[in-house]
Design a protein around this ligand. Structure first.
Ligand SMILES: [Zn+2]
Length: 467
């Protein structure tokens, strides 16, 4: 049934394209690329399928089989040389607009819009060249950059934008100056640029969610409880009532999509689940009962691990004695059972790096370390599926709102041709996709990883060091 919903818009689109030949080349849809001699990690299995071939036609995977596959004479053939072919990676929590231009959230007030946009484009390119073919924006971004990427004007991954961060006054994403916060104060720049919006009560939350949808949001992000890096919200504080969260859930449902919420504590995660939220961001301080509930109800858990590594105390923003350092100490202390509980109940966990306020180099090191830390706690296979098939399954929660309705994060016929070829076997050695045990003390490494030899997104090759 779901497929039928897409049929009519596609027929209309096909008619529109037929009337505009300058926009699309007739042979684009049937361009073939044949990958031979590869071992496949398909996004789900814990073993590689050896001696395989993959045929890509247009932007989709057409055939996957052992040995040889017939292809047209004009197909581009890439011999994988017994390397691993796998799905492109998916980071389910990025902030492309909030990374690289200011060192703290207050700094966003002084950033220039063209710098924010240019930095976001640089971040997007960096993600793709690191092997990330899809990212989900976890707030701070409409769909303008996404559209430029989809049109091939800017190089970057597919983006699922969330629009402005929606949070309450004095919440995790209230970054306004005291002057802007005072009753009758001026509108803050973060509000004017729709990076973050303060919304209190059901009506304001509905309006904010609808504004985000008008800016192309594919899902709605709310901050429903205290954060670690933010100033005005104690870690234990509750941001929104269940009824307020329900207001956003209702608006999202009107657009056939879902709400994701920033929440650390058991209380705020439980309130979000009671309100019908489908994806929990962070959530590290939950109790066993709630982990079990998330697993039983099929809730997606966008769980970052680097932020719960003791290494984070080495960052000046989180040093012992600082306000954020104090919050981090409590958060880490109250999440001691996290690893054991995730292993016991096996909820649907998706890869979440959550880089904010960092330079390009710091962002790279953060991504590398998040992969390492996650795998150190939960294993290589768990890390890989969190950034491929499980993330692809979560993307389907966007329903008719989904700008990329075919399957992401898997190597199978009909899925998008978002493909990496890497040296070695990532199930045994995650360094081949960039996992590194160092974070703040990592050497700057430049763009991309030498071990990622081929990067294809939407059937188009962005890197190939094999031929
Ligand atoms: Zn975030």
């Amino acid at each position: 049934m779901t497929k039928l919903k897409y049929l009519l818009p596609r027929v209309i689109l096909a008619l529109a394209l037929a009337c505009a030949p300058a926009l699309a080349k007739a042979d684009d849809a049937t361009t073939q690329t044949l990958f031979t001699n590869v071992n496949i990690f398909d996004g789900t299995s814990d073993t590689l399928a050896e001696g395989m071939s993959v045929l890509v036609e247009g932007n989709l995977i057409k055939k996957v089989a052992k040995g040889e596959i017939g292809a047209r004479d004009d197909a581009t053939v890439i011999d994988g040389g017994e390397r691993t072919l796998m799905p492109g990676l998916i980071d389910n929590h990025v902030h492309l607009n909030l990374t690289g231009l200011f060192a703290d959230f207050g700094g966003a007030e002084y950033a220039q819009w063209d710098g924010i946009g240019a930095m976001a484009a640089a971040n997007a390119r960096d993600y793709l060249m690191d092997g990330y073919t899809t990212v989900r924006d976890a707030c701070g971004q409409g769909d303008a950059l996404k559209k430029l990427i989809d049109q091939g004007i800017v190089v970057g991954p597919r983006i699922y934008p969330s629009g402005a961060c929606i949070g309450p006054q004095s919440g995790h994403t209230d970054w306004r100056s005291p002057r802007a916060r005072a009753k009758g104060g001026p509108l803050a720049q973060v509000q004017q640029l729709n990076l973050a919006v303060v919304a209190d009560g059901g009506d304001e939350i509905r309006a904010a969610a609808r504004t985000n949808l008008s800016f192309g949001a594919t899902q709605i992000k709310l901050t429903v409880g205290g954060g670690v890096s933010s100033e005005l919200d104690p870690l234990w504080s509750v941001g929104y009532s269940v009824d307020e969260i329900k207001a956003a859930v209702e608006v999202a449902a009107f657009y056939d999509t879902y709400v994701m919420t920033h929440a650390y504590t058991d209380e705020t995660v439980s309130m979000a689940l009671d309100a019908g939220v489908k994806v929990i961001e962070h959530g590290q301080m939950v109790t066993e009962e709630t982990v079990k509930r998330m697993a039983d109800e099929g809730i997606f858990w966008s769980l970052n691990t680097a932020g719960f590594s003791p290494i984070l105390f080495e960052h000046p923003n989180f040093a012992p004695g600082t306000p954020a350092g104090g919050k981090l100490a409590i958060a880490q202390d109250q999440s001691q059972d996290l690893i054991e509980l995730v292993k016991k109940y096996n909820p649907k966990v998706v890869h979440n790096v959550d880089t904010v306020l960092s330079t390009l180099d710091q962002g790279r090191a953060h991504r590398d370390f998040e992969k390492y830390q996650f795998a150190d706690w939960f294993g290589n296979h768990a890390m890989l599926i969190s950034a491929t098939s499980t993330a692809g399954e979560m993307a389907q929660l966007t329903g008719q709102r989904n700008p990329y309705p075919e399957q992401l994060g898997v190597i199978e016929p009909g899925a998008y041709a978002d493909i990496l070829i890497v040296d070695g076997n990532p199930l045994e050695d995650l360094s081949v996709i960039g996992a590194r045990p160092k974070w703040f003390d990592a050497e700057p490494r430049g763009e991309g990883h030498d071990t990622i030899r081929v990067i294809m997104k939407d059937g188009k090759i962005y890197k190939n060091t094999l031929n």
